[in-house]
Design a binder for this molecule. Structure first.
Ligand code: FMN
Length: 169
């Protein structure tokens, strides 16, 4: 699958088969996370691998509408480390770029995945801090639940001519 096909066919997956994601594929996804772009190449992030069933279940129980974590065999955590910023204020964009890269990588490797937004939802940030013992100077930004897809949503047409402008509005 080339990059354009991956971008055009990706959908959020919230139902998963339970089989574990092989270590080699997890490492590949981590390579993609660490290779992401960031403002001034500051890389203001830390990443977490969560594959313990008890922790995934506790996260699902602590955060409303995160039931997909009960089925997913894996979640990768994107945390911001704001102190590493070189240009103030860019860390949410840096972390979003990494999260999106991960979604595409998971899809290209044949997995389903969904972005679970943590920042700026205080209850979700707190739950992840507590359950995964994330240090206080880091900001839990997003969890991405990953596994073999147990649903197959189709890519839908989203181009909207009314929202596209060429040169001037
Ligand atoms: C910043 C952000 C936060 C999101 N948070 C959640 C979430 O908490 N739970 C969820 O089920 N999906 C979440 N999503 C996935 C969106 O619901 C999904 O991308 C959107 O409905 C479009 O569907 P698609 O991903 O299949 O194209 C999030 C997506 C983004 C970009």
């Amino acid at each position: 699958m080339d990059a354009i096909e991956a971008l055009l066919t990706r959908r959020s997956i919230r139902r998963f088969h339970p089989d574990p994601v092989p270590r080699t594929d997890v490492e590949r996804m981590l390579d993609v996370l660490f290779r992401s772009p960031s403002a001034a190449d500051a890389r203001p992030w830390q990443f977490g691998v969560v594959d313990r069933r008890d922790l995934l279940d506790r996260l699902a129980a602590a955060m409303p509408k995160c039931e997909m974590l009960r089925e997913a065999p894996l979640a990768l955590l994107i945390c911001a480390e704001p102190a590493r910023e070189k240009i103030a204020g860019f860390w949410p964009q840096d972390c979003a770029a990494a999260t999106e890269n991960l979604l595409i990588a998971a899809h290209a490797l044949g997995y389903g995945a969904v972005w679970i937004g943590l920042h700026p939802v205080p209850d979700r940030e707190r739950a992840v801090h507590d359950i995964l013992r994330v240090p206080g100077d880091l900001v839990p930004f997003a969890l991405v639940a990953i596994g073999r897809a147990a649903e197959t949503p189709v890519p839908d047409e989203r181009r909207d001519a009314a929202r596209l402008h060429r040169n001037e509005w």
